[in-house]
Design a protein around this ligand. Structure first.
Ligand code: ADP
Length: 471
């Protein structure tokens, strides 16, 4: 099967979160199953772009509203990611350093999607499926079906994978003219709550829709940032497929970012060496349990609860644990967390940045990873943590419920709590401290977690089954 993944991010070309990890892994595992999966993304100006060789495979042009754009499709020459990676370059629009966060993001991602379809519509053959990812690519199903210039490719099956339904790409109706001439009888497909809502439009127009965990799809039926009714109406074509881990990248046995590689057999010594190195760097005592938080500092991740939770926990158990935070996001939360750096020197520290290498070192060296998320479509951090023998402390929501079982339950291996509240976080941290001092139990839990196979092989096949159902 020939599969085209269309996405704003793909690891290692450009990453801001889990979307990149998924799009950097899923095609690789689909190819291992004997398919021909490729990725098309915007040509962001990243290190990967400059470090690799590219060839031009297509040049074209299109108009968007009253503007006219030339675009170029380039392809990474050596297939080093085990799938073909294509980037769309639109001079001055897509070739920027950040993936998102520009005032003209609507124009940028609309232009990206038009360029992708312009290119595919000129192929001599028809791919078997187009898999769109998140709202930045969710207008493709509409354009494919209802823009006159793509009539000849309108029967290509198209699916939409939702990694996060909080962000929907809302745009005013005045921007409806950006899309290539479309059948105006179909305006209702674009409409949701008096705006053009690309995510809603993708849900209506795609042949199949999936989220990145079954638990998250169930949640969206009840709470979906205004789209609950739509998810319920379209439930017949909706499903959840749990993300996997890319073992080529996230494997403590081979990870080149960490000091000492380890496996299930020698995790005790291996984790300790990594912990010592990490603690040395931050001036922590390696004898104490080390808690970490890695992620976007936003409300969805309940990052706003961290400062109070940390202050109260240190008030209660100072000298008994260390806490390290790596993240970036809302300025107010960043400021509060940074302000705490001088308060418990030797016990607490935070880095307000995006740092791939440090994140690997933290998964490898920490004892506990805290994820109090209010919303978690799948969550990869907890899966990486478990793979590296670090016990996840998670709120029971979305993909976290699907992947972590409390160690108090039979065959459990993590710490779970119900409410995104400071009290629940504190209660769980107390349980973590208890577990840390019960070495026998801690080792049992670590071994059980490390042996869990959250492999992409199974999930990659589920995506193939999804595509097969619409051929
Ligand atoms: P998200 O909702 O942000 O996509 P996920 O749990 O699905 O959350 O994926 C998060 C991914 O981003 C993981 O690979 C995690 O290690 C990484 N990550 C998040 N924040 C940072 C950071 N500040 N530095 C390095 N990696 C980060």
């Amino acid at each position: 099967m020939e599969i085209i993944h269309v996405s704003a991010e793909c690891y290692p070309m450009a990453k801001t979160g889990g979307l990149a990890d998924v799009v950097g892994a899923l095609p690789k595992y689909q190819n291992k199953l004997g398919h021909f999966a490729k990725v098309v993304m915007p040509m962001h100006r990243t290190k990967f772009l400059y470090d690799n060789e590219w060839e031009v495979v297509h040049k074209g042009s299109f108009s968007m509203g009253t503007f006219y754009y030339d675009f170029t499709i380039i392809k990474e020459k050596t297939n080093k990611l085990d799938f073909d990676l294509y980037c769309v370059d639109i001079n001055g629009m897509l070739d920027r350093e950040r993936v998102y966060g520009y005032d003209d993001d609507t124009e940028r991602f609309t232009a990206f999607q038009i360029a992708v379809l312009e290119w595919v519509s000129r192929w001599e053959h028809r791919p078997d499926v187009i898999n769109c990812h998140d709202h930045h690519t969710a207008l493709i199903p509409f354009m494919l079906h209802y823009c006159y210039s793509y009539n000849h490719i309108s029967t290509i099956p198209v699916t939409l994978t939702i990694h996060n339904a909080q962000y929907q790409g809302w745009m005013g109706w005045n921007k409806g003219t950006y899309l290539p001439a479309w059948d105006s009888w179909r305006w209702g497909m674009l409409e949701w709550d008096h705006t053009i809502n690309p995510l809603a439009c993708g849900i209506k127009c795609a042949d199949k829709v999936n989220t990145v965990s079954p638990g998250y799809m169930d949640e969206l039926m009840r709470e979906a940032n205004g789209l609950e009714a739509l998810f319920n109406y379209e439930r017949g074509k909706c499903s959840g497929i749990l993300n996997g881990i890319d073992y080529a990248v996230w494997n403590p046995g081979t990870d080149t970012y960490i000091l000492d590689n380890f496996t299930e057999k020698d995790y005790d010594a291996g984790k300790l060496l990594n912990k010592k190195q990490l603690c040395r760097e931050f001036g922590f005592d390696a004898e104490l349990p080390l808690f970490i938080f890695i992620g976007r500092l936003v409300g969805e991740k309940a990052a706003d609860l961290l400062p109070e939770a940390i202050i109260r926990m240190y008030a209660e158990a100072k000298d008994q644990f260390s806490f390290l935070i790596l993240g970036s996001g809302e300025p107010a939360v960043e400021q509060e967390l940074t302000a705490l750096n001088n308060r418990w020197v030797g016990y607490y520290n935070s880095r307000m940045e995006y740092n791939e290498k440090l994140s690997h070192q933290m998964y490898a060296g920490a004892d506990f990873l805290l994820m109090p998320s209010r919303v978690e479509p799948c969550g990869l951090n907890q899966m990486y943590a478990m793979r590296y023998g670090t016990v996840p402390i998670v709120r029971r929501t979305g993909g976290l419920s699907d992947t972590v079982k409390d160690y108090g339950e039979q065959n459990g291996y993590g710490i779970c709590f119900n409410n995104a509240s400071v009290d629940d976080i504190l209660h769980s941290m107390r349980r973590a401290l208890e577990l840390y001092h019960d070495t026998k139990k801690l080792n049992e839990v670590r071994l059980a977690m490390m042996q869990i196979k959250n492999s992409w092989e199974v999930s990659a096949q589920r995506y193939i089954d999804l595509y097969s159902s619409i051929q």
